[in-house]
Design a protein around this ligand. Structure first.
Ligand code: NAD
Ligand code: LMR
Length: 325
């Protein structure tokens, strides 16, 4: 299996590549080739990363391809982690990156369209990931928009941790956490449908004020909190979430459960605008496919918040009109 990673000389990739080579994504029996893309200015650093991959003697890693031209690096890839993009600094919103990062995804969408395997699965991590993903899929008319995802899995993981901590249970006891909308400070971490030990989170956690205000705001602002603490954006947890996100597409979702992913909104069952990349609860049969989980009832709290995140995504789309096909 050929796996592309862009931004391969950057900090997320420095964690992601070694996890991929170890087999954490496709398992201990699947040999892989890594196709690594970064800018020409990072060529030296990329060579260094390859040296370290070589020196780790991963039995599953059969080939490492390096380059700075997407059309070459994406040749025949089955999975693409699109990480390469500028990160935000303190005080910025992720959408402030659109002017710089949006155009990267025009070029990479086109390259995937012509060079990648026809059944490639793409995860956009570079921010603002929903709208970057929308740009990429618009430029890949030979692929289905359903082959593209934007990463909201880190938000889901963050929400699971906070709920587990509040309820004083193990993280494994928290399930059915959905993230709706944009990977931004308007995202909606859904505690209404979340479960703790198979009970509703609203039953297990009696402090509903905490759920509605602190919890939601904590998840919305967690990325900024990490930046304030580290001086750099999240990296190892982002790499971990990227593996979780792609793995959810190749491992069947347990019956009745879901995972969150930013996916193309055409024909969605919740009345969201049909040309956005919007995070929904999804399930997969494990063959790279997914379906949006329908039928979840929305209370007025969720409806109002989902409306705001949808509005923000429409505004982002308006900002990049010139980059859409
Ligand atoms: P970084 O600056 O450490 O690395 C980015 C790398 O991308 C650099 O090596 C840079 O040279 C490369 N790059 C830039 N433009 C490129 C292009 N056109 N083609 C290929 N490579 C290119 O940044 P990082 O910390 O690894 O973060 C990468 C992106 O991921 C940022 O946009 C960040 O905001 C985003 N991010 C998203 C999530 C999420 O949950 N969706 C989480 C964390 C970070
Ligand atoms: C995150 O959520 O940690 C990333 O999107 C980085 C950021 O800008 O917050």
């Amino acid at each position: 299996m050929r796996i592309a990673v862009t931004g391969a000389a950057g900090q997320i990739a420095y964690s992601l590549l070694f996890r991929l080579a170890h087999g954490d994504f496709l398992g201990p029996d699947q040999p892989i080739a890594l196709h690594l893309l970064d800018l020409p200015a990072s060529e030296g650093a990329l060579q260094g990363v390859k040296m370290e991959l070589d020196d780790s003697v991963f039995p599953l890693l059969k080939e490492v391809v390096l380059g700075s031209r997407a059309e070459e690096v994406f040749g025949g890839v089955h999975y693409a982690f699109l990480v390469g993009a500028k990160p935000r600094g303190p005080g910025m919103e992720r959408k402030d990156l659109l002017a710089d990062n949006g155009k990267i995804f025009v070029e990479q969408g086109k390259a995937l369209n012509t060079c990648a395997s026809k059944d490639v699965r793409v995860l956009v991590v570079g921010n603002p990931c929903n709208t970057n993903c929308l740009i990429a899929l618009h430029h890949a008319p030979n692929l289905s928009p359903h082959q593209f995802h934007a990463m909201t899995r880190l938000d889901q993981n963050r929400a699971v941790f906070q709920l587990a901590q509040k309820a004083r249970v193990d993280v494994a006891d928290v399930s059915h956490v959905a993230i709706w909308g944009n990977h931004s400070s308007t995202q909606v971490p859904d505690f209404v449908h979340a479960k703790i030990h198979s009970r509703e989170a609203l039953e297990a956690i009696s402090d509903h004020r905490w759920l509605e205000s602190e919890f939601v705001s904590l998840i919305q602002k967690r990325g900024a909190q990490v930046i304030a603490a580290r001086g750099k954006s999240s990296a190892a947890s982002a790499a971990n979430a990227a593996i979780d996100a792609m793995r959810s597409l190749v491992v069947p979702t347990p019956h009745g459960q879901w995972f969150s992913s930013g996916v193309y909104s055409a024909n969605n069952p919740y009345g969201i605008d049909e040309d956005l990349v919007f995070s929904f609860p999804c399930s997969s049969q494990g063959r790279g496919d997914y379906a949006i989980v329908g039928g979840l009832e929305m209370n007025s709290f969720l409806k109002e918040k989902i409306d705001l995140t949808q509005k923000e995504l429409i505004e982002e789309r308006d900002l990049v009109r010139g980059l859409l096909r």
